[in-house]
Design a protein around this ligand. Structure first.
Ligand code: GLA
Length: 519
């Protein structure tokens, strides 16, 4: 008996293997498009996707761009008219690709997502996404922006000198975590009032920052206008300034913000001038839809473009980069003109979210310092989803990390315990220490972690954290932490000095912290 032909083996394996002469490569190579509808009624939306395939033998690469994001195609393989491939965020190349299979039939290509393995055995509750049917539109193997979204090349990147702002981590309030789209002029004024009456302004909180959803349409000259929730931005800025506070705003380098409002794409200089005329002192610049119009090689230039636009207004404006920590932003954020940059995705008001962000900031400390800070996202303190012990952990950890302290709660309805967590002067002093060093973890034993932040004048702050859900004791010997031998130690939450000794045993509540100042 002879060796079975390859086609028989392939058929036995269930593969539709075509002979080389009939490879589907030429049929696949090119640009394809398809539409998918999701949701019903007012929530209905249509996602238009463009796929570009570049084939080499039985392998292919390419790009997927849809109304919401851009992905690169990885590990594409062709077997007859069957395709298998992954897609991955090109701004986060270490992420796990989403796998797809697809079947080619003439000018149609049906793409099906492979459900992600879920070790916990829980489904998303949404069921599998329906297959997407693509139709071939051209032979083009390069992606081109639709003409209405095209842009001239960005200026080559050149490192910017510091703007002299944010010499300590910015402190203030931001509307997003509590109010999302329910932010308006009256609400922002109420926050400015409460910032003063609660004593938080005098504790150091200065910025009143409006996040997404303030944006309206552009006028005939292309000037950005606020929407009906904000009748007069200049008057609002004046109100905030009259209280001894500063005024912050939000936009995106993309055509749309994350909530789908007007972004600053191709209007950067004009928007910077508008904001300066309103008295804006702080801009959070959120990547969002910029993935549709810029590739990874253009991100720093897109941020620098806004930094230059802000600088040319002559008004000192703090620039906050929000791109979720992609493309190692800490290595270029300051040179692109950023005073701070987000290091993660969005925080939520749950211990698990806060802890997984806060306790995972190690390794970024070298890039933080006066004028340029890592930003593990805004505070959730007072939003109701965590206990006071957990909120003290949040405040302590962010202060040890020299993180921006942007309160995200309703300041006008703040309970005294929450006010006391946000306003604790001894903890704020750790965050705002002039040396500007980001703290690091010294040790981790099970649920217990010791963090240390060097402070000016040879002092240090030490955080003893218990991530477990039962109270625990933790003994520290000062000399083991590079301190001592019998330093002066103060408990910064209890507001008392400890007895002088070579060591200390702390009793730490579940999910709690003991924060100490050591000199
Ligand atoms: C993104 C940001 C958030 C917030 C929203 C607004 O998700 O990371 O902090 O600004 O957009 O749409």
């Amino acid at each position: 008996m002879g060796i079975p032909p390859l086609r028989l083996i392939a058929a036995a394996l269930g593969l539709a293997l075509l002979p080389a002469a009939q490879s589907a490569g030429p049929a696949l190579q090119g640009t394809w498009q398809g539409e998918q509808s999701f949701g019903r009624g007012a929530n209905a939306r249509t996602l238009v996707s463009t796929y570009v395939f570049k084939v080499e033998g039985d392998q292919f690469t390419g790009l997927v761009v849809n109304t919401r994001n851009r992905s690169e195609i990885v590990d594409g393989t062709l077997a007859g008219d069957h395709l298998a491939f992954g897609t991955r965020n090109p701004f986060l190349p270490s992420s796990t690709p989403q796998r797809f299979t697809a079947v080619l039939a003439g000018d149609g290509l049906t793409v099906t997502a492979v459900p992600r393995a879920n070790p916990a055995g829980r489904g998303s509750g949404r069921g599998p996404a329906p297959p997407l049917v693509l139709h071939r539109v051209s032979d083009d193997t390069e992606y081109h922006l639709p003409p209405d979204l095209a842009h001239p090349p960005l200026q080559p990147f050149r490192p910017l000198p510091p703007n002299g702002l944010a010499l300590t981590p910015p402190m203030g309030w931001n509307s997003w975590n509590k109010f999302h789209a329910a932010v308006d002029d009256a609400g922002v004024r109420a926050m400015a009032d409460a910032m003063v009456s609660s004593g938080l302004r005098d504790a150091g909180y200065r910025y009143i920052n409006i996040d997404d959803t303030w944006e309206g349409t552009r006028d005939a000259q292309g000037n950005i206008q606020s929407n009906s929730k904000f009748p007069d931005m200049k008057a609002l800025g004046d109100y905030i300034h009259a209280k001894g506070l500063k005024f912050g705003i939000y936009s995106s380098p993309g055509p749309k913000t994350c909530a789908g409002y007007e972004g600053s794409y191709r209007h950067e200089e004009q928007d910077a001038r508008t904001w300066a005329s309103w008295g804006v002192d702080y801009l959070k610049y959120d990547w969002c839809s910029a993935s549709l119009v810029y590739g990874p090689d253009e991100m720093k230039q897109a941020y620098e473009k806004m930094a230059l636009a802000l600088r040319s207004t002559g008004r000192p404006i703090v620039l906050s980069l929000c791109e979720y920590g992609w493309l190692d932003v800490g290595s270029w954020g300051a040179e692109a003109g950023g005073n701070l940059w987000r290091t993660t995705g969005d925080i939520s008001d749950r211990y698990a979210s806060m802890a997984s962000i806060g306790f995972n900031q190690m390794g970024r400390e070298a890039v933080a310092g006066p004028g340029h800070w890592n930003d593990p996202d805004m505070l959730e303190i007072g939003n109701g989803g965590m206990s006071d012990d957990e909120y003290r952990t949040h405040m302590s950890l962010w202060s040890l990390l020299a993180a921006p302290l942007l309160a995200g709660n309703d300041l006008s309805k703040m309970a005294p315990d929450i006010r006391d967590i946000l306003a604790n002067p001894e903890v704020i002093a750790v965050d705002q220490d002039k040396l500007g060093r980001q703290g690091t973890r010294l040790s981790q034993q099970g649920d217990l972690e010791i963090w240390k932040k060097p402070l000016a004048g040879g002092r240090a702050a030490v955080g003893l954290f218990n991530r477990g859900d039962q109270p625990a004791s933790l003994a520290v010997t000062w000399s083991d932490l590079g301190l001592g031998p019998r330093p002066r130690v103060r408990d910064l939450w209890a507001h008392h000095d400890l007895a002088r000794a070579a060591s200390y045993t702390a009793r730490i509540p579940a999910h709690g912290v003991v924060l100490l100042g050591v000199r």
